[in-house]
Design a protein around this ligand. Sequence first.
Ligand SMILES: O=C[C@H](O)[C@H](O)[C@H](O)COP(=O)(O)O
Length: 251
Amino acid sequence: MAALPSETPTNQEDEKRHAAATALRWVRSGMVLGLGSGSTSAHFITLLGEKVQAGELQIQATATSQASEALARQLGIPLLEPRRGLRFDLTVDGADELDAQLQLMKGGGGALLREKVLKTASDYLLIIADSSKYVAQLGRFPLPLEVVPFALPWVLDAVEKLGGAPVVRPNQSQPDGLYRSDQGNLLVDCHFKVISEPEQLALQLQAVPGIVEHGLFLGMAQAAVVARGEQAVVVRAGQVDVEAEGFAELP
Ligand SMILES: O=C[C@H](O)[C@H](O)[C@H](O)COP(=O)(O)O
């Protein structure tokens, strides 16, 4: 795996904010943006909102979750409703794990379905992450699945047959104690420890009825900004560039 530069690690939250701030270099006025979900994306949306409020950027956006949409609205970011033909110049989103080939695991915040929908309508996916997310191999983080409630028992059986240990995501503030996605579906977190063949696993999961979406995002991201200490690097498949002026040009 291409190595990140070694630096004294700072606070994880600082790294998330640094990655988010660096990603702003990709944004140009006139762009239509996809806004990701989770804590790193929240930093990005906040910083973007400051630029919009200061009149430094004129952009429009659609968010990948109700939480990100509410934050963007509160910050005065102009929002677009989903409609036919809508495309995004750039989507900026977090990840739970990424490797040197830009294979991603996402969905720790439960937003994987909308994230994949927006990514599919985007010309460029830029991942922002703190250094803890950069791994040699996917799988230490449990793989999230969005599952139709009726199908749950059979999905659990299928995941076990594939070698995973499934856990239905809890949410104690819900009447049934279970987490619900923005679509009202359940989330199942699958512990595989190591995912040695992500492409094969993705195909196997796609073949299980009732799994609406899985959190493997393979061959989807063009680049990732990973912050380590006070440094940010850009990861493109198989290549790591240390932060420098001009490294953020879109192709
Ligand atoms: O569903 C959530 C998303 O995939 C997030 O981008 C991912 O979980 C990373 O979240 P965070 O930035 O909070 O670590």
